[in-house]
Structures are given as C-alpha cells and as structure tokens.
Design a protein around this ligand. Structure first.
Ligand SMILES: [Fe+2]
Length: 353
C-alpha cells in the first residue's frame, strides 16, 4: 500500500533574483504606457503596499520576504526528507515553456527518466540570478517514469483522459517544477536535491496561455476577448483529478509526496487592482477555507472568480486540496505570506500522513 504526504508551496521567480529586482514585475507594470497615470503614484496605493515600497523601492522588504519564504521552504524540505518518498509528484503550470502552439494539454504527466533545465537564459527583465551562477548553468534531476506510467494508467482507468509524455517538447523542466525543488535546496542551488520528480502539468493559464504567453500583459495593447484561447480545465475538475490521483497512489507500491507548486493571486493577472497588486482578500477567503478543511468551498469556486482574482495558478492547489479531501486530511502546518509589491501572496501547507 502506498503512503502520501501533501505539501503546498510557491515557485515565485523573485527568489531566483537579487533583492533589488524582486519586485521587477511591479516595476515593469509601472513603466507600461498603458497603465492609467494615477496608479503610478505610490500615494494612491494601499498603506501596506506603500510601507513595503518605502524609500528604497522595496529592497529592504525583499530581504525580509526572501527570509520569510526560505524559512517555509526549509520546513517543507524537512517534511519531505523525513517522509522518505520514492518520488515527489509536483502539480505545476506551464507558462509557454514546454507547451506552445502545437499542443496544449489540459493535464500532462511528464513521465521522463530525467529532467533537465537551464533557466538563467530566460530571466529577462528580472536580471541576474541571486547566486551569480553562469547563465548557462544546467540542472538535472532524476525522474520517475514508472510512477508516471502508473499514474497515467490510474487516471485513465478512472475516466480522466490525461496526456502523458516520455520526453520534453519545447523546453526542459518548467520553472513551476524546477523552482519547487531548487527552493527546497536553496543554499546548495539544487545540488543536494535527490528525490526523483514526477511533474504533472496543469494548463492553469487557459485563456491567456498562448494569447498572452502566460506572462505579463501589454496594457497599452489589450488582447481582444475573441483572441483569447480556450479556457483552462475547470477548478472542480482539477479538484477531482487530485482526488483520483490520491486514490490511484494509495494503491501503489510507493511513498509519494504530492506537491502543489504556485503562488496564489497574481497582480499581473487581475484587473481588480490595476495589475499592480494581488487580490489579497480573495486569497484570504480561500486560505481560511483551507485551514478550516472547508474543501467544498474550494470545489464550488467557479473559474470566472479565479480569473477575475488573478488566481489561475491556484489550479495546482485545487489538485492538492482534492487529494487531501479524498484522504480526509486537514493541513497540520500552514502559512499565508501576504504582500502587495511582490506580485503574489504565497501559501505554504503540510498535510502529514
Ligand atoms: Fe507559474
């Protein structure tokens, strides 16, 4: 019989760059000519946002934000190490990395033998990596093909028509998966991460995955409604897929850590706050429901509500919450780190067996 550990965390790219660049997404939005003028003035922002921005454009707040996040990553790493998993399944989004115009599956089990990535070529406006590693630094992590084949079989047998792959299409390990492992081994830059990975891609970005390349919007040239892509899978479907994953793996021969990898509301995805800060109230409501074990509130959340709040990446957490509902678990440890200038709220949770 299999055994399961549940873990929720973030893959926030700000942790890859230096403090001065951590609020790079906000700085880029503030430079966007399409941003209405009044939102450029910090005096128009919420008080907490002004306090984080302070007189150094958020550099001191970045030091603190990094410290808070890394503390949580250490806890998550310890929980996974103590659990001694045979592999670590990660639900993550693909932001126009491996899946592009030629194929966008709703869900894809990445059942590779090995996962490789050279992420520092793509940092773009975020600048240099925090470790000052050479730009061509490559990462390589063991995969778990047998676990991937077993999972795809188990899901298909339960009526979940997932895709699977034995090798990458356009891109090695996407940042949602890479960063999860890298941040849990931050001080060693991933060199001491030894647990095999089984990434499962979820098309979180849906309507904006190709049209907006799952990235920051161009506010001066908004995408007409008719040019958006088909939607992501529905939140309830992600929830049910998570439950089916737990059922399949409970009957497997393996110990598996199930990890949801994503920040919650993203500033650059919500018009509610003019793309400059995330929907902290919407995150707080879902967090309270998570802590209370009120998982039906999660399952009943419509896609429109997630899209309006810029919570597309929460789809990864819907998979985890569905799995924990199936197992009858509530989070043993949890934290919601809220911020205004660093693009997104970050939630952490551990569900022990
Ligand atoms: Fe992401």
């Amino acid at each position: 019989m299999g055994e399961i550990l549940g873990v929720g965390l973030t893959h926030y790219p700000g942790l890859v760059v230096k403090d001065e660049q951590m609020c790079g997404a906000l700085k880029k939005t503030l430079r966007d000519p399409g941003l209405p003028e009044q939102y450029r003035d910090p005096k128009s922002w919420p008080a907490q946002m002004q306090a984080e921005w302070s007189d150094d454009q958020g550099t001191a707040a970045a030091t603190q934000h990094r410290k808070d996040l890394l503390e949580q990553f250490k806890t998550a790493r310890a929980a996974i190490d103590d659990f001694k998993p045979d592999f670590v399944l990660i639900w993550g989004d693909d932001q126009y990395e491996n899946f592009q115009e030629d194929c966008v599956p709703a869900f894809c089990v990445l059942a590779y033998d090995k996962h490789e990535a050279a992420p520092f070529h793509d940092l773009g406006f975020l600048g240099n990596n925090v470790w000052d590693l050479p730009v061509d630094t490559a990462f390589s992590f063991e995969g778990h093909k047998a676990g991937g084949k077993y999972l795809a079989t188990g899901l298909l047998e339960q009526g979940f028509d997932v895709a699977y792959a034995y090798k990458p299409l356009h891109h090695g390990l996407g940042h949602a998966f890479l960063n999860a492992a890298l941040f849990m081994d931050y001080d060693n830059q991933g060199s001491k991460w030894k647990h095999p990975l089984l990434p499962v891609q979820v098309n979180d970005y849906g309507r904006r995955v190709i049209a907006q390349k799952a990235g920051l919007p161009d506010l001066a040239n908004p995408i007409p409604e008719g040019e958006l892509d088909p939607p992501s899978p529905m939140p309830w479907r992600c929830f049910d897929l998570g439950a089916a994953t737990a059922r399949a793996l409970k009957n497997s021969p393996w110990r598996v850590a199930l990890v949801a990898s994503s920040s919650w509301s993203h500033a650059f995805l919500t018009t509610k706050n003019h793309w400059i800060y995330p929907d902290v109230e919407a995150d707080r409501r879902l967090y309270d429901a998570l802590v209370a074990g009120d998982y039906q509130s999660w399952r009943n959340t419509p896609l429109d509500s997630l899209e309006e709040s810029g919570q597309q990446e929460l789809m990864n957490w819907f998979c985890l919450v569905g799995a924990m509902d199936e197992l009858g678990r509530k989070p043993d440890e949890h934290d919601l780190i809220q911020t205004y200038i660093f693009n997104s709220s970050k939630c952490f949770a551990i569900f022990r067996p």
